[in-house]
Write a protein that binds this ligand. Sequence first.
Ligand SMILES: Nc1nc2c(ncn2[C@@H]2O[C@H](COP(=O)(O)OP(=O)(O)OP(=O)(O)O)[C@@H](O)[C@H]2O)c(=O)[nH]1
Ligand SMILES: [Mg+2]
Length: 378
Amino acid sequence: MKDLFERPNGGEAAILVSINFGDTDYEESLHELRQLSLSAGLFIRGTIEGKRITPDAKLFIGSGKADELKQMMQSSESDVAIFNHDLSPSQQRNLERLLQARVVDRTGLILDIFSQRAQSHEGKLQVELAQMEHLSTRLVRGWTHLERQKGGIGVRGGPGETQLELDRRMLRDRVKQLREKLLKLKAQRGMQRRARKRSKVMTVSLVGYTNAGKSTVFNRLTKADIYVADQLFATLDTTTHKTYVEGCGSVVISDTVGFIKHLPHALVEAFGATLEEAVQADLLFHIVDTASTNRDEQITQVNKVLEEIGASNVSQILVHNQIDRVCLLPSIGRDEYGRIISLHVSAKTGEGMDLLRLAMAEHYEYLQKQSTEESAYA
Ligand SMILES: Nc1nc2c(ncn2[C@@H]2O[C@H](COP(=O)(O)OP(=O)(O)OP(=O)(O)O)[C@@H](O)[C@H]2O)c(=O)[nH]1
Ligand SMILES: [Mg+2]
């Protein structure tokens, strides 16, 4: 018989905790927490759910639920409790003291996935900066209550056990150092971009909710072979490829990190330089998972982040991907001026990929016309 407590790959066992405060998208957010947990390599042993009007100030879930959680964690031999919410530092501390186990909130979980995925030097620095900033709010009264606990999810990769003992001054120094290093890298990126601008090559960025299919579209368009997976935040580092597109010559296409609802602010800030690729692009393909029941909400969330990073004025085409899952045919949507505003495609089957190329060619033509008009008026 299969051992119930088997942990292949040494992953940790987790209990999920999710409270319904009357949110309309409650089920979706719990589903997303499950996907996030699996993407982080956790084994889900159980879920505790409840309903409340407001969070409990001390334990977030109230003492009855907290006891229930403690029992479930003990009987299932779980290592960590994952909350579908953001906890205050004191709530996290109180819960850890009661459970005698680690407690990770939604932001901590997302940060952990990012730290597992970061590959490039810049990506690693960005994640470390975000982790340090998340941690700095939690160091107020020390971590002594968990001193003997081993490190794991929530503290992996970046700030490990030794760093938890650092005082706030050292943390501030490290944050300063990271910011300076990132600033230098940002300047380098800026130089590359300016060189591209001078060479008049059109740039297209793929943006969208995590798991929508950005990397699959990217691979189709560039014939590259970057990592595609049914997991959240498979891509962390912005990948840029130059490719030939009929009607516009060379085009630089970038695949970017996926967005998610309540993307931790520290991450948006830390990833500013990478996301700048989107801000500076001539055209955004906003990739959407057409089959997701939460499609509209995801579109809204992505537009919100785009606004936050200053990319809401960049021309955008909504690309409804994954039409093979909902039995739709490829199609083009145009506005009253005849400009393409949306497409229906499937990156998996390849249907509609020619429409993406057509959209790039039309945009290129539009940009050419604009620059001719500008120079005529100059
Ligand atoms: N059926 C179907 N599946 C697709 C399609 N496009 C992508 N997928 C699948 O959706 C999953 C996510 O695809 P990715 O390309 O990794 O998505 P992403 O937007 O880059 O995701 P992150 O990098 O994690 O933000 C993979 O399992 C893909 O095979 C499509 O058109 N149809
Ligand atoms: Mg990807």
